[in-house]
Structures are given as C-alpha cells and as structure tokens.
Ligand binder design. Structure first.
Ligand code: C2E
Ligand code: MG
Ligand code: MG
Ligand code: MG
Length: 291
C-alpha cells in the first residue's frame, strides 16, 4: 500500500513501513479504539507576548493515554497516523475538541485563538476548506477561534496545491502559521507568496542559541526575515529566563515553552491563565541569569 501512493501529495516511500505487520495493525486498531473510547485528549500550551506578557493564544497538542501501555508520545503515533491516512479522522476529532474547548474558554471570558497542527495529508485534502466552513458553522465559532500550524515540509510536498488551499483558508479568515521553521526544506519564494501571518522558530534553535553562535544567528535572522515580511514570530522551547531575555532582546514577538507553562488540560489551562499576570512576565524579564 505504501509503495502505491504516488503523485501529488504522496509521502516518500518508507521501506520501514509495512502496513501488514502485526505492530502496524495493532497500532491502527488501537488508534481507532482510542478515538471511540475517549483515550485521547487535548492539552493547551500558552503563547505569551514577550514585551507585554499578555497571553495571546494557545497551541492544542494531542495526548494519548493507552489503557495498557500508558502515555504514547505524539511522535510515535502522529507519523504513523499520517502514513496510514488515519490522520484525517484524528484531525477531525482534534478540531471538534478544540472548538468545544474554545467555547468553554470563551464562556469564562478567556476567548483566544487556539492553534491546531495540520499534517501533509490534511493539507492535501481538496475538501479541506469546505470541511472548515462546516466545522465553524456547526460550532457557531468565528474563524478567529483557530490558527492552523503547517510545517514547511508539508507545504513543500506540493507547493502549488498547498498555496491554493491556504489561500482559501486565509480568505475564510483563518490564521495560518508555519511550524518548526528552519528544520525542513523551504523556499523563500514560497514563504513570500503564502498568506501566512506567523512563523514559529523550532525549539532546536532556541534551545541551542546560547551555546551555539550559529543557532543564535539563525534565530536572529529568522526574526528579521519574518518582520520584513510582516509576520509575527513565535519561539518554541523557551525553557529558561535567559532564553526569554535573549528572545526579547532579539525582538521576537511571542514565546512558548516550559518556562511559561507545560501543555495543560483545558481546566488547568483556564486556571493558569487566571493566575498568570503580566507581572510574572516582568519578573522573568528582570530575573538574574542564574535562575
Ligand atoms: P510541535 O507542533 O512543534 O509542538 C511543540 C512540541 O514541543 C510539543 O511536543 C510540546 O509539548 C513541546 N514543547 C513545548 N515547550 C517545550 C519546551 O520548553 N521544551 C521542550 N523540550 N519541548 C517543548 P509534543 O506535544 O510532544 O508534540 C510533538 C509534535 O507532535 C508536535 O510538534 C506536532 O508536530 C505533533 N503533534 C502534536 N499534537 C498534534 C496534533 O494534534 N496533530 C498533529 N498533526 N500533530 C501533532
Ligand atoms: Mg505546532
Ligand atoms: Mg512547532
Ligand atoms: Mg517543533
């Protein structure tokens, strides 16, 4: 099956992927079961403005609690769900859940855009814009409720088709972000043409930027590039007060990472937002490097 996928939107043939293997069959039936039996949940991780400390939004990340195996990391089942095509079912579940959460937050006065990760397979779905239209309508949610995170590699898989789909989503008022920027193949020509509003610097650069001057240069030039193109920049993997200050000094717009908060279940997230004050951000800004 994997070898037969060809043409636009096909993933590269992966010889390690054997659709008939016992592991594949068991993981796939496990995932189907997970969706039907509430083993999946969404957690939210805040995105905070570096200059004001204001909570600007949150990224929704999926968690799978397997009854026997315990927590299964997304890196183990997301690529797998992509290869089998199950990702579309998973993404539909995630989006539904996300809009329920958005509604619950909004009813507590905490309306903010929630970012959802889209995979290559999602992006290559020609019916994606219609699906979003139906989704928003069903939930009675405004398009500003969602931001869609797409990796460079997903876009470069079929740039013309991606561009067309992203244009449509943009016209509908959905916010678009490029995820894990700097880790995949990308083309600046496309970056210029795509209707995106946000660029997310991959955590590998942020976490290395104080040790490796090349990583620091990459972060600095990404911030400059994004600003020159009129995009806002989010740094992921912000783990220390020193990361925070460095990024602020580089004029990066938003920060996301364990320093601010771990991804949290929605109730804990709402409580966190109420506790987090802009004062906390000022404390971070002034904290000594040894913290
Ligand atoms: P991502 O979209 O780049 O998400 C950020 C990842 O960084 C998350 O890992 C998050 O928990 C982690 N992270 C956040 N702050 C820090 C930090 O300060 N330090 C470190 N070391 N890590 C941090 P997670 O949740 O394990 O997700 C991994 C990847 O799996 C995500 O990377 C995303 O590509 C994918 N993923 C997760 N949920 C979904 C989903 O619902 N749909 C799709 N298509 N992909 C998802
Ligand atoms: Mg993401
Ligand atoms: Mg990311
Ligand atoms: Mg990343």
């Amino acid at each position: 099956y994997a070898a037969k996928r060809r043409g636009a939107g096909a993933l590269a043939y992966d010889p390690a992927f054997d659709s008939g293997s016992a592991r594949t069959i068991s993981l796939l039936s496990g995932l189907r079961h997970a969706v039907d039996h509430h083993e999946l949940r969404l957690v939210l991780q805040p995105k905070v403005a570096l200059h004001t400390g204001h909570v600007e939004g949150a990224e929704a990340l999926v968690r799978w609690q397997h009854p026997q195996r315990g927590p299964v990391p997304p890196m183990e089942f997301i690529p797998f769900a992509e290869q089998t095509g199950f990702i579309r079912t998973l993404t539909a579940w995630i989006l539904d859940e996300c809009l329920h959460t958005w509604r619950a937050l909004a009813s507590q006065g905490l309306a903010m855009p929630l970012s959802v990760n889209l995979s290559t397979r999602d992006l290559m779905d020609l019916e994606l814009p219609q699906k979003f239209e139906a989704l928003l309508q069903r939930h009675g949610a405004p398009s500003e409720a969602l931001c869609l995170e797409i990796t460079e590699s997903a876009i470069m898989d079929d740039p013309a088709r991606a561009q067309q789909t992203l244009e449509r989503l943009h016209e509908m008022g959905l916010r678009l972000a490029i995820d894990d920027f700097g880790t995949g193949y990308s083309s600046l020509a496309y970056l210029k043409r795509l209707p995106v509003q946000e660029l997310k610097i991959d955590k590998s650069f942020v976490m290395q930027m104080e040790r490796d001057s090349d990583d620091a240069k990459i972060v600095r030039s990404t911030v400059d590039l994004a600003h020159n193109l009129g995009l806002s920049v989010v740094a992921e993997g912000v783990e220390t007060p020193s990361h925070w200050r460095t990024l602020r000094g580089l004029d990066c717009d938003l920060a996301q990472g364990y320093l601010i908060a771990r991804p949290l279940p929605s109730d804990a997230f709402a409580a966190w937002v109420r506790r987090w004050t802009e004062h906390d951000a000022r404390v971070l800004q002034e904290a000594p490097t040894t913290l």
